[in-house]
Design a protein around this ligand. Sequence first.
Ligand SMILES: [Zn+2]
Length: 85
Amino acid sequence: MSDLSWRTKRKGYWIFKEGRIKKDLENDKRAYFSIESDGKTHSVIFDKIKESFACDCEFFSLKFRDCSHIYATKLFLKGGEDEES
Ligand SMILES: [Zn+2]
């Protein structure tokens, strides 16, 4: 996902850093996260079978690219390692 803009990454990074992400539930197929951002709560779903992420925000639904919420979720899952470092 190297086509992510630095803005998206920075925003996702801070969401993660400030602890505004939590895992709601997880089963064999999927994991559900809620992310607080800009006064709203977004839902990110990680599909374990397809290994893909989906978010309910406008950015994702318009562009079909990883949004800051998905980026934050990835950091959360990896324990905070940046992909590029
Ligand atoms: Zn999103």
